[in-house]
Design a protein around this ligand. Structure first.
Ligand code: DQA
Length: 150
């Protein structure tokens, strides 16, 4: 049976490509989705790729990942990284391996971006690789769950 990983994106990531390109680059969220699908395919994994500007919707999707017996979650919670106990709690109850990814190196930025609730539960954290971080996160998760490269 094909295993599925959830790739979840938080607020404002739908604006990639036009949002502060000097920080976030020129690629769009559609480019990120393609990169994720191509990377996951190398390991025979399917991808549920989602973005929401609404905290509760992200919580519901994390719960769905558990119910649907997903193999793991790659999440860029965006600004909710720094604020959301609800997303942390949902990830904790999912009992799935979670990889946290940020396009920018949040530790080089404003001090309010230095704290992450999600890092409390994440198996690994990537920050500062640009959108390549998504491919690295999927590769790391695939190895973690024992998916074999084709
Ligand atoms: C981000 C970093 C967050 O601090 C910010 O709020 C984002 C994007 C990143 O990918 O670098 O929206 O998660």
């Amino acid at each position: 049976m094909t295993q599925t990983i959830y790739v979840l994106n938080g607020p404002n990531l739908n604006m990639l490509g036009v949002r502060e390109p000097e920080k976030y680059g020129h690629s769009t969220l559609a480019d990120v989705e393609k990169l994720c699908r191509d990377t996951a395919q190398r390991f025979g994994l399917a991808v549920e790729f989602r973005q929401s500007n609404i905290e509760g919707e992200l919580v519901t999707w994390i719960q769905e990942a558990r119910i649907k017996k997903a193999a793991g979650i790659v999440i860029n919670p965006a600004a909710y990284t720094h604020t959301s106990v609800a997303i942390l709690d949902a990830l904790a109850l999912s009992e799935l391996p979670v990889i946290e990814i940020h396009i920018t190196n949040v530790h080089q930025r404003e001090s309010f971006r230095h704290h992450s609730y999600v890092s409390k539960i994440a198996k690994a954290v990537l920050a500062g690789f640009g959108i390549d971080g998504y491919a690295l996160a999927i590769t790391g998760l695939a190895r973690m769950i024992g998916a074999k490269e084709k």
